[in-house]
Write a protein that binds this ligand. Structure first.
Ligand code: DQA
Length: 139
């Protein structure tokens, strides 16, 4: 069973970027543990700072993988194009955020993606990704 975790812009800097908000663990370190905890799953990972590359990746796996755990970063709040890509594919997409976006600035309260995603997980630190995987497995 293949699950793809996608991280959007600036999330390549996890561990370095604003640790008070996003923690001090790199995504690579987190992913190693996650993969070990789900040996029966194939958990793939893709990160890009480029909107079109995120869209291409959703198209690529969106008719064959089991599901996507997506942290689209700031594109969450701006990208109708990403929302259209999620609508266009067949597999479920779970929207995740490390921080609780509703505790933050107003601009982060709106998501173009939530209405087309299976659900949202926000505010549990890196564990948001694990909860995203669990949500897909529960579907
Ligand atoms: C984020 C929240 C977004 O508002 C922000 O732009 C990010 C990260 C999160 O994981 O908490 O880049 O998606």
């Amino acid at each position: 069973m293949k699950i793809l975790i996608i991280n959007g812009p600036n999330l390549n800097l996890l561990g370095i970027r604003e640790p008070a908000t996003y923690g001090s663990q790199s995504f690579d370190d987190y992913l190693k543990v996650l993969k070990k905890d789900y040996p029966h799953l194939q958990i793939d990972y893709f990160q890009s700072n480029v909107e079109g590359e995120l869209i291409d990746k959703i198209h690529e796996v969106g008719f064959s993988d089991y599901g996507i755990v997506l942290n689209a970063g700031a594109y969450t709040h701006t990208s109708l194009a990403l929302a259209d890509a999620i609508s266009a594919v067949e597999i479920p997409v779970v929207e995740v955020h490390i921080s609780n976006v509703f505790k933050r600035e107003k601009a982060r309260h709106h998501s173009f993606l939530s209405p087309v995603c299976a659900g949202i997980i926000s505010g549990f630190g890196m564990a948001s990704y694990r909860l995203g995987v669990e949500a897909l497995l529960d579907k």
